[in-house]
Design a protein around this ligand. Structure first.
Ligand code: 4FV
Length: 274
């Protein structure tokens, strides 16, 4: 997949992309990322890419011309049909579903803003979609661009080796991930769920699905609402809820008991104090 990024900080992108599975994917040409710097398209001697906002107020705004010319260079280097996405806090939320959709596009052009943002007339004329990675304000669109590139690249066959498969991880099935364990078998006296060393892969699969359903129910119930469940999944979740309730009972019994002991100690103390 070809991904172009319009950014004032190409080295920041290149540096961050040169590591781990992404770095290997770029080396192997599974994903190609090119950067286009608006400053290279600024025409004045100071290579100005920003200016003060009309209407006053703090900060600066990115000018249309250098941005537009950098975008045109990006388009010229991108497969036809590539979609152009601006990364800003006022965009629609980027998520796994959008990553899946974008993976199917011929190419993707990401525009990373800086300062207070970009001139609105650039967005109106040049941008297909606006994405946000979350409800917070960042200093630039470069980190969101890296998040988007990472999430999409993982879905492209060849990016992840067999070891790290994208097939089984969070949100793959719109569920949170199941808990992971590795050696040693015991840590501070805490073991590993028995089923995981049973060799019974059907049971392991069921346990992992149950854990994903349960954790999603506990932490992101809205995802479960949106996703829905099969009959078997409902049974697994009910079982999880009962086990969680039993654990809570047990925990509170232990606590009460320790308090009880405390009280008897209390009594003892008071006896002694009295
Ligand atoms: C952002 C976000 C974000 C806004 C002004 C860059 C900054 C500055 N992008 N998700 N949240 N962008 O805060 O994507 O130009």
């Amino acid at each position: 997949m070809h991904i172009a990024v319009v950014t004032l900080f190409p080295s920041m992108l290149r540096e961050a992309l040169a590591h781990g599975v992404l770095g290997r994917a770029l080396e192997r040409g599974v994903v190609k990322v090119d950067c286009f710097d608006p400053r290279d398209h600024a025409v004045d001697v100071h290579r100005t890419v920003d200016d003060r906002p009309y209407g006053g107020g703090p900060g600066m705004v990115l000018k249309v011309e250098p941005l537009r010319d950098a975008l045109r260079a990006a388009r010229a280097a991108s497969p036809s049909g590539s979609r152009t996405v601006y990364l800003g806090a006022d965009g629609v939320r980027f998520d796994q579903q959008r990553a899946r959709e974008a993976r199917g596009w011929p190419g993707l052009i990401l525009v990373a803003g800086r300062y207070e943002g970009v001139d609105e007339r650039f967005v109106e004329r040049e941008i297909d979609e606006q994405w946000s990675i979350g409800d917070y304000v960042l200093s630039g669109g470069e980190l969101p661009a890296l998040v988007v590139i990472d999430a999409i690249a993982r879905l492209i066959p060849g990016t992840l080796g067999s070891a790290e498969s994208a097939v089984q991880e969070s949100f793959t099935d719109d569920l949170l991930d199941w808990p992971h364990y590795t050696r040693p078998a015991s840590v501070d006296g805490r073991g590993v769920p028995e089923v995981l060393s049973s060799g019974d892969h059907a049971a392991i699969g069921r346990w992992r699905l149950q854990q994903s359903l349960g954790r999603t129910w506990l932490r992101r119930p809205e995802l479960l609402e949106r996703r829905g469940m099969s009959g078997e999944e409902r049974i697994l979740l009910e079982e999880f809820k009962r086990a969680a309730a039993a654990r809570r009972m047990e925990d509170s019994r232990v606590i009460d008991e320790s308090y009880g002991e405390g009280e008897s100690n209390e009594q003892d103390h008071s006896a002694t104090e009295r």
